[in-house]
Design a protein around this ligand. Sequence first.
Ligand SMILES: *[C@@H]1O[C@H](CO)[C@@H](O)[C@H](O)[C@H]1NC(C)=O
Ligand SMILES: *[C@@H]1O[C@H](CO)[C@@H](O)[C@H](O)[C@H]1NC(C)=O
Ligand SMILES: *[C@@H]1O[C@H](CO)[C@@H](O)[C@H](O)[C@H]1NC(C)=O
Ligand SMILES: *[C@@H]1O[C@H](CO)[C@@H](O)[C@H](O)[C@H]1NC(C)=O
Ligand SMILES: *[C@@H]1O[C@H](CO)[C@@H](O)[C@H](O)[C@H]1NC(C)=O
Ligand SMILES: *[C@@H]1O[C@H](CO)[C@@H](O)[C@H](O)[C@H]1NC(C)=O
Length: 264
Amino acid sequence: MSPTFVFFCLCLWHLVGVETDEMKSAEVMEGDSVTLHTHVTEIRSDDLILWTFGPKDTHIAKINRAHHEIFHDSVDGRFRARLHLDNQTGSLTITNTSTEHSGPYKIEIVTGNKISVKTFSLTVYASLSIPVITSYSQSIPLSSERPSSSKCVLLCSVVNVTQVTLSWYKGNRLLSSINIPELNTTISLHLEVEYQDNNTYSCVVNNPISDQSQHVNISDFCHTSSCVNYAHGFTEAVIRLVVSVLVGVATVAVLIYDIKSRTV
Ligand SMILES: *[C@@H]1O[C@H](CO)[C@@H](O)[C@H](O)[C@H]1NC(C)=O
Ligand SMILES: *[C@@H]1O[C@H](CO)[C@@H](O)[C@H](O)[C@H]1NC(C)=O
Ligand SMILES: *[C@@H]1O[C@H](CO)[C@@H](O)[C@H](O)[C@H]1NC(C)=O
Ligand SMILES: *[C@@H]1O[C@H](CO)[C@@H](O)[C@H](O)[C@H]1NC(C)=O
Ligand SMILES: *[C@@H]1O[C@H](CO)[C@@H](O)[C@H](O)[C@H]1NC(C)=O
Ligand SMILES: *[C@@H]1O[C@H](CO)[C@@H](O)[C@H](O)[C@H]1NC(C)=O
């Protein structure tokens, strides 16, 4: 290494001190506002501030010589009319957040010959809907003397969810649960109960900051007649399908007959 190079490096190091803070995390629900705080008490008129978003450090806002600029159309316009810069502190507020605002944020503050870098990781969770419970009867073969008995199966479902946990509770006790990772999916978790069960069950969907639950009254869901109704409904649907297929065949037959009689 040449002495000139070492001197140059030392000189540059002295000139530009880069100070990087530990990354801060923020988690909010969709629709909420969030402020990424710079913790700077007052920015100076000749400070340069640059806010970026995403893995490519796309510029979203800057303050240059006390002049503010918000790049509303950057990052496919997803920040349009949602960004607010505090001109005292340089803190950035994002209003009415949506899941597409999740990601890394970075601010660079250039004060004289110092650069201070702060990074943030924002996670915006989609709002959760109340889980939907359905039930059906399941026959279980017992023995030759008593051919079968049936259990009531409860299905708890949530649609198009990402990063949630779905669980069944008996009172306050956790019975089963599944984690749904980075998928946008519809998922169901089942639970088998006896018809005469009189405990209270609940199905809960949650993410790290919110939850929604549905309480289940077994006598409402697993009434023998409701399961009979369910089976009846199914039979009826099959009958309807058969009937419509028959009607279809009959129509085709009539058409063929019609065409034949015309060609003759
Ligand atoms: C700073 O913001 C306030 C209100 O938010 C505004 O009145 C003022 O003009 C702004 N200052 C500059 C230099 O833009
Ligand atoms: C919030 O954003 C959503 C789209 O993400 C939009 O439909 C809604 O109108 C916005 N609400 C407000 C109060 O701006
Ligand atoms: C769930 O996603 C599917 C396909 O991605 C869509 O057709 C359906 O409308 C969505 N349902 C809800 C409730 O958002
Ligand atoms: C999930 O699917 C819904 C409906 O198809 C869509 O509107 C939404 O943007 C998707 N969300 C993610 C994170 O992929
Ligand atoms: C609930 O079940 C327990 C035992 O299975 C029984 O002792 C109790 O009487 C039942 N309560 C009601 C209200 O049916
Ligand atoms: C369940 O439903 C029955 C009948 O509708 C009612 O008597 C009972 O109080 C309900 N139990 C709970 C926990 O809601």
